[in-house]
Design a binder for this molecule. Structure first.
Ligand SMILES: [Zn+2]
Length: 89
């Protein structure tokens, strides 16, 4: 399922993400691999549990509400983990 896409790594504000570009109805759309794997619905954030944003194993991904996700990252920051507060991961 993943192999039909051409994945590339892009840098967000704080970490790297594997993304691909697809065309849906003539419009180009960038999709994050983690959101595809975790089947993240719009309005939810796809979080990497171990803090490695390129570790897109299903077991490492968790769909969270925005507020929950932000809280988690604030806690992480306090714990000095390597996965900063950001909008997307
Ligand atoms: Zn996160």
């Amino acid at each position: 399922m993943l192999s039909k896409y051409a994945w590339r790594a892009v840098r967000s504000k704080v970490c790297w993400y594997a993304v691909t570009t697809v065309e849906i109805g003539g419009r180009r759309k960038t999709i994050k691999m983690n959101r595809l794997i975790a089947n993240t619905q719009s309005g939810l954030q796809c979080h990497h549990k171990n803090g490695n944003s390129l570790d897109n194993r299903r077991i490492n991904l968790e769909n969270l509400y925005r507020l929950e996700h932000d809280m988690l990252h604030i806690m992480y920051r306090h714990a000095k983990m390597n996965h900063g507060l950001d909008k997307t991961g």
